[in-house]
Design a protein around this ligand. Structure first.
Ligand code: SF4
Ligand code: SF4
Length: 195
């Protein structure tokens, strides 16, 4: 999508104003989207890793939802209020590379305040676009529930999480490497000829 100035605007998550968009966040995401758009043709392998991450998150989501359904409803100290979370750079790369909707603002809140995306029915954000630190979080209560299911179940779940974590690192490394390489070889980065 293009804005009034003709410049590319990434797809922001349409939350219909429930969670207001912050100008600084919007500007940062527009800048990142434009940078990635310039180099998009060189980012095929990073996009392929992002697709694998998305597949991993889609597999993880029902497992974590099942865990939450057993623990979260009666939680005396919900982590979406007590913990400080944020959308990190790898989260943003993942969303931008796959052209997924971008949340309208950071997830951070002042200590003791609820995350801006928390509603009476849980997280407003669709699972795929939540911060990774939220997607993979297993609180002590959930850990106890998991442990009762046996070592293999715990190992399988942790293995999936670790696998996605490694891919996130790979995706970032790949993006940085490709963009650096293109900048080095781009004619505009060569010294201007004299005369
Ligand atoms: S994940 Fe754990 S800490 Fe967070 S709301 Fe659920 S039970 Fe509570
Ligand atoms: S983004 Fe969603 S899951 Fe993460 S802290 Fe906020 S409300 Fe909770």
């Amino acid at each position: 999508m293009k804005g009034a100035d003709g410049k590319f605007i990434p797809p922001f998550w349409p939350n219909y104003g429930v969670v207001p968009q912050t100008p600084k966040w919007r500007a940062s995401n527009c800048t990142l989207a434009r940078l990635l758009a310039i180099h998009r043709r060189a980012l095929g392998s990073a996009i392929a890793v992002a697709v694998e991450i998305r597949r991993g998150i889609d597999e993880l989501t029902p497992l974590m939802a099942a865990l939450c359904s057993r623990t979260c409803r009666f939680c005396p100290d919900p982590c979406c209020i007590g913990n400080t979370v944020w959308i990190d750079f790898r989260d943003l790369l993942f969303l931008h590379l796959l052209e997924e909707p971008i949340p309208p603002c950071q997830a951070t809140s002042d200590p003791g305040d609820a995350c801006p995306f928390l509603s009476h029915h849980g997280c407003r954000l669709p699972p795929r676009i939540r911060p990774w630190m939220c997607i993979q979080y297993i609180c002590p209560t959930q850990r106890a529930v998991l442990n009762r299911k046996g070592r293999d179940t715990v190992a399988a779940l942790l293995g999936k999480i670790e696998g996605i974590e490694k891919k996130r690192v790979r995706m970032e490394v790949e993006v940085v490497r490709r963009i650096k390489r293109r900048r080095r070889t781009s004619p505009s980065s060569s010294p201007a000829s004299s005369g």
